[in-house]
Design a protein around this ligand. Structure first.
Ligand code: LLP
Length: 470
């Protein structure tokens, strides 16, 4: 079955957003509707502050590029999910942070302290979650090609394993005898739901590498019923990312309720339905995502209704927000460097980072909002193209940006970089990764140290015969 959803921006009704990029949209009280972190303000000298810290001071103290994470925004987003689930879903619920959006010990610890769980997709994310203090029973392990080691680590720690395909099942069946306890499983399937987002980040349609094909659902459920080592307690589906429509999520709830009826009918003790993540955020003023409250309410009501119609006991409702949980809490600071003016064509302003700290523009043609840290209110009379420093013509962070007159050494702020920037970063051109500071109450704490060029040589080996002759 393929359900194609009509385009319904969830939120034409929820517009307008904040006026200036640094202003908070108090009307809707949902961090994903703001361009900037909640604590953003302009100090007495007209300079930008986040978490009580002047941004140009942070750039001076910690260097650039610098990721800055606002604790208040991150906590507020966690609470928005938790409270909306409690308010709108009559059964139990849990939001799991999709840590692929930004995985670190500090973020894990904050999210765990707000009572959320976590979705990991590799042994690296799993280790970060466990060391960051996330209880194993609140972690799920995803992946369309999990290694034996990843499965063994998850099963031994008591993490819930989301089986994606028959290969997962074969590997787990081999590991199970040595575990001495049943493995708790969730089963992911492709729901056959289309949504309107970039094709690289769509996962719900049938031509997807993730999850069991819907035709396989019954055979795999039957197979699992005969596996003494397995305890299937949940079903999962995820339709994609940066989605502004609500209808696909309603459709998903109905498809999941059908799957729940099937699984329960075959005797599985399924009590969790995990509807994935996907809620979009505002990157530029024209973006109009639903609020977290609207999204949760839609999903919760659709699921409760679908279960009622099928006379099913209400399952625990799980969801997996990634982007909408961390993106707006994060910003990136750069220092402006060279300028190339091509008369009648374009002015390139280069920053000291680029596609290695933010690969989204070159990968998905994504748009961002940027400001000068110390002159956010000055008249934006120049049109510039913000280029990265990598050896790649496509390494452009923002095209045709209106900026006040600027000079080399000025600090530039790119907003909403908290998700899928650090986590998708690279060392292309052997450029070290930026540091990350957590800000709040006028204090900044380093939570990820800056890589040094020396760090990049850590894994290089030079065979003796190639050693430079001295
Ligand atoms: N659950 C599963 C199984 C997922 O695959 C994802 C995202 C999420 C939850 C979280 O979705 P979110 O709430 O963040 O939309 N790198 C791309 C996004 C890739 C999303 C991959 N999966 C980007 O930068 O736009």
């Amino acid at each position: 079955m393929v359900i194609s959803s009509a385009s319904e921006s969830g939120t034409g009704r929820e517009s307008p957003g904040a006026g200036q990029p640094w202003e908070v949209d108090r009307q809707w009280d949902s961090p994903n509707r703001n361009l900037a972190p909640l604590t953003t303000c302009i100090d007495a000298e007209g300079r930008l502050e986040v978490g009580g810290c002047r941004l140009s001071d942070l750039a001076r103290s910690y260097g650039t590029p610098l990721y800055v994470l606002d604790e208040a925004t991150l906590r507020s987003t966690c609470r928005a999910y938790r409270e909306a689930l409690e308010q709108f879903y009559p059964g139990p619920s849990l939001a799991l942070y999709a840590s692929k959006a930004n995985s670190s010990l500090a973020i894990t610890a904050l999210v765990a302290s707000e009572g959320l769980g976590l979705d990991a997709v590799s042994s690296g994310e799993l280790l970060t979650a466990l060391r960051g203090g996330m209880p194993a029973e609140r972690i799920v392990l995803h992946g369309n090609n999990k290694s034996r080691q990843e499965l063994a680590l998850a099963a031994a720690e008591g993490v819930i394993v989301v089986i994606d395909n028959w290969h997962d099942l074969e590997l787990l069946a081999e590991l199970a005898p040595s575990l001495g306890k049943p493995v708790q499983l969730m089963l992911r399937f492709t729901p056959g739901i289309e949504c309107h987002t970039h094709e690289y980040i769509r996962t719900g349609h049938l031509d997807s590498k993730f999850g069991f094909d819907p035709d396989q659902l019954e055979p795999v459920l039957q197979h699992l019923a005969g596996c003494g080592w397995a305890r299937l307690t949940g079903l999962h589906a995820h339709i994609g990312s940066q989605i502004f429509e609500l209808q696909p999520h309603r459709d998903l709830a109905a498809v999941m309720a059908d799957a729940l009826a099937l699984a329960c009918g075959l005797g599985h003790p399924v009590s969790d339905l995990n509807l994935g993540g996907g809620l979009g955020i505002r990157y530029v003023a024209s973006d109009d995502p639903p609020t977290i409250q609207t999204w949760v309410r839609t999903v919760a009501e659709a699921l409760a209704t679908a279960c009622q119609q099928r006379q099913l006991e209400l399952p625990r409702l799980l969801c997996e927000p990634g982007r909408s949980l961390v993106a707006t809490a994060g910003i990136t600071l750069y220092e402006l460097g060279s300028r190339k003016q091509i008369p009648g064509l374009r002015t390139y302003l280069s920053v000291d980072g680029g596609m290695s700290d933010n690969p989204r523009p070159i990968t998905y043609q994504s748009h961002y909002t940027a400001l000068l840290a110390d002159r956010p209110q000055a008249e934006a009379s120049d049109i510039v193209t913000l280029a990265g420093k990598h050896c790649e013509s496509g390494d452009v962070l923002l095209k045709d940006l209106a900026l006040p007159p600027s000079s080399s050494g000025d600090v530039l702020v790119v907003l909403a970089t908290g998700a899928y920037n650090a986590s998708m970063g690279s060392n292309y051109n052997r450029i070290p990764r930026p540091a990350c500071v957590l800000v709040g109450g006028g204090e900044a704490e380093l939570v990820q140290r800056r890589e040094l060029p020396e760090d990049l040589l850590r894994y290089d080996l030079l065979p003796a015969r190639l050693q430079p002759v001295t």
